[in-house]
Design a binder for this molecule. Structure first.
Ligand SMILES: [Zn+2]
Length: 461
């Protein structure tokens, strides 16, 4: 009985990931199903002799309705094997790239209809993006972007959409090189031997949280230090850069204290900072890690609370963390002009953060802060929200409901008009009122996440 209850509990935890998944959909007579990844073992080999990077992904997933399972990887996979969990039988299967119902994004579907249950999937393929071989060294990075479609882990490895949290373990090896390499990764790492590492990442990671950067030793100056969190836990900082090291280390320490003061204990065991200096002005956030210019460092560290500890379950929730980080960047202005947007109301298949988040989203947050000024403003809520729901994925609707619960106040009209872009509550007895822009924007578009060309990304290897 105990065993059964444990089983039910764990199934329930896994099934929870699907509650934030887009709806499964029908095309012709086929039913395409979003699935729940449970564990993935990735093996990645960089071979200096053949100058290729190959992966092998062993995925365990659950499908709750009969249909064709969906997954994603941008480079078409080479070989796919599938078998029911607990059996040795497995068969070769192909996959087809299909467009999602919103027609702006695509995913792979297995060309095999399966019954509900647990399965394992073995996929092999090559990583070709952001891999640079020299005769005796290799550099590789999994740089991501939430402002482009299919630009998270799927650029490099098979994964799921970012509603799905799963345990990922990695085995990474650089073969046929006598030069020592360094692997910067925000997971627990063990060096098995020179150029061969095993890693286990926190179980709450999704396709957008992993920081991964491989380079030859000596490529960057590296400095490590420990900060004591307000909860007495040690947080390991690793800063590496070819720019002025002290600018990064000093600012990082200051921002760490500021953020802990505002939002409570740091939510990660570490903070990895790759200081890109003048190479580009922006940055990108990962869980307790960032690639960043000095200007964007505070913004990116803020994302280690909102974005990459509790993380958006899809493109429609992406505006929240950018609005919050931008609000901090502007020193928490109170009161903001409102502009109509659809930041949280695009198609449920949207995978990209709406760029209005930096300006109009921030103004919306500043506006809410003014609405609750007599209740000490928004900050106590944000601290509570971040600490209570850390390590979970969230939707805009969830954020709104917790905000309303906290202040015991109805914000639906504001969210409907300025976030979802629809007057959701209007009907026969409640006619829609055209919501007007209430004022001018406080700041121009936030420059912290500029879009980079492939060449610029390669320069960051
Ligand atoms: Zn940001």
């Amino acid at each position: 009985m105990k065993y059964l209850i444990l089983c039910l509990l764990s199934l329930n935890i896994y099934a929870n990931d699907l509650k934030n998944a887009p709806s499964s959909f029908q095309k012709g007579n086929k039913s395409y199903q979003f699935v729940d990844f449970q564990t993935v073992n990735y093996k990645i080999s960089y071979d200096l002799k053949t100058q290729t990077a190959e992966y092998f992904a062993h995925i365990k997933f659950e499908i709750t309705n009969k249909g064709y399972p969906l997954f994603d990887v941008v480079n078409a996979p080479e070989v796919i094997m599938i078998g029911a969990d607990g059996t040795r039988f497995e068969e070769n299967v192909s996959a087809t790239l299909i467009s999602l119902p919103n027609r702006t994004s695509e995913m792979f579907a297995l060309d095999k209809e399966v019954e509900p249950g647990l399965y394992h999937l073995k996929i092999t393929g090559k990583i070709t993006r952001l891999v640079k071989f020299n005769s005796n060294t290799v550099r590789s990075a999994f740089w991501m972007s939430d402002l482009e479609d299919r630009a998270f882990l799927e650029r490099y490895l098979p994964t799921n959409l970012d509603y799905d949290q799963y345990q990922m373990d990695l085995d990474v090896e650089v073969e046929n090189s006598d030069v020592e390499h360094v692997l910067m990764v925000n997971c627990e790492k063990t060096e098995l031997k020179k150029n061969h590492w095993k890693m286990s990442c926190p179980a709450y990671y999704t396709s957008s949280l992993l920081f991964f950067h491989l380079f030859e030793e000596g490529a960057y100056e590296v400095e490590t230090f420990t900060m004591e969190s307000i909860n007495k836990k040690s947080v390991e900082f690793t800063v590496y850069t070819n720019e002025t090291m002290s600018r990064y280390t000093e600012l990082a320490k200051k921002v760490f204290v500021e953020l802990e003061n505002d939002y409570g204990p740091w939510l990660h065991d570490q903070m990895i900072i790759y200081g890109t200096g003048g190479m580009f002005g922006g940055g990108m956030e990962y869980a307790g890690a960032t690639l960043t210019s000095i200007r964007a460092l505070g913004h990116e560290m803020h994302h280690s609370y909102f974005a990459r500890a509790m993380s958006p379950a899809g493109g429609n929730a992406g505006w929240v963390d950018e609005a919050l980080a931008s609000w901090r960047d502007s020193n928490y202005p109170r009161g903001g002009g409102l502009s109509r947007t659809q930041m949280g109301g695009h198609s449920e298949y949207n995978r990209v953060t709406d760029r209005n988040a930096y300006s109009k989203g921030m103004n919306f947050i500043a506006h809410i802060d003014e609405k609750v000024a007599e209740k000490n403003g928004l900050m106590p809520f944000l601290k509570d929200f971040g600490q209570t729901y850390k390590y979970q994925t969230f939707t805009t609707e969830f954020f709104q409901s917790k905000l309303e619960d906290f202040f015991n106040q109805d914000f639906s009209e504001l969210f409907n008009g300025y976030i979802y872009g629809v007057a959701k509550s209007c009907g026969v007895n409640n006619p829609c009122v055209e919501l007007m822009d209430l004022g001018a924007e406080l700041v121009p578009e936030n420059p912290y996440h500029p879009q980079l060309s492939e060449e610029q990304l390669e320069n960051l290897l």
